[in-house]
Design a binder for this molecule. Structure first.
Ligand code: FES
Length: 157
């Protein structure tokens, strides 16, 4: 059920206050509780607030990578594009995931199952090229292994 953005906006303003310094705490609460930043909610907050404006909230949300404007899928795939992984063909791994899931990087599959992201370094460069799915790291991934990985690891493709 879609939450009432108006009621949620009122509740957030009561919880945090209507001051520009509360923009980040409000956005963090939205990200945690909704899983993303719904634009209609920012507009509802701005329509009720005296000091917080929609373009200001939007500007802060676009500046910090912790905030996302699209709902995340049940499973999050992070393909490492750091130097060690890049030189070992990470681009081809990204392409294989894009093709297997029919989405671009940053998108979520239509059924809401998977979100595809790229990251700078997963911190396990000796396993390059590396992929993280829901916090599990997989190393020496090949394009050929991508579909098999999604099927056999129980991620439901
Ligand atoms: S560069 Fe990919 S894990 Fe470090």
């Amino acid at each position: 059920m879609t939450p009432s953005w108006s009621n949620l906006a009122t509740e957030l303003l009561q919880r945090f206050g209507d001051e520009t310094r509360y923009a980040i705490p409000i956005l963090q609460a939205i990200q945690t509780e909704q899983g993303y930043i719904p634009i209609p909610l920012l507009e509802a907050i701005a329509s009720k607030a005296h000091h917080l404006q929609a373009n200001q909230l939007y500007g802060v949300a676009t500046f910090y990578s912790q905030f996302t404007f699209t709902p995340k899928g049940v499973h999050t795939i992070k393909v490492c594009m750091g130097t060690a992984c890049f030189v070992k063909g990470a681009e081809h791994i990204v392409d294989a995931f894009k093709s297997a899931l029919s989405i671009e990087v940053g998108e979520t599959t239509v059924d809401g199952s998977f979100t595809l992201q790229t990251v700078a370094c997963l911190g396990c460069c000796s396993l390059a090229p590396a992929v993280m799915i829901d916090g599990h790291v997989f190393g020496q991934v090949t394009p050929e292994r991508v579909k098999e990985l999604l099927k056999t690891k129980g991620f439901g493709l």
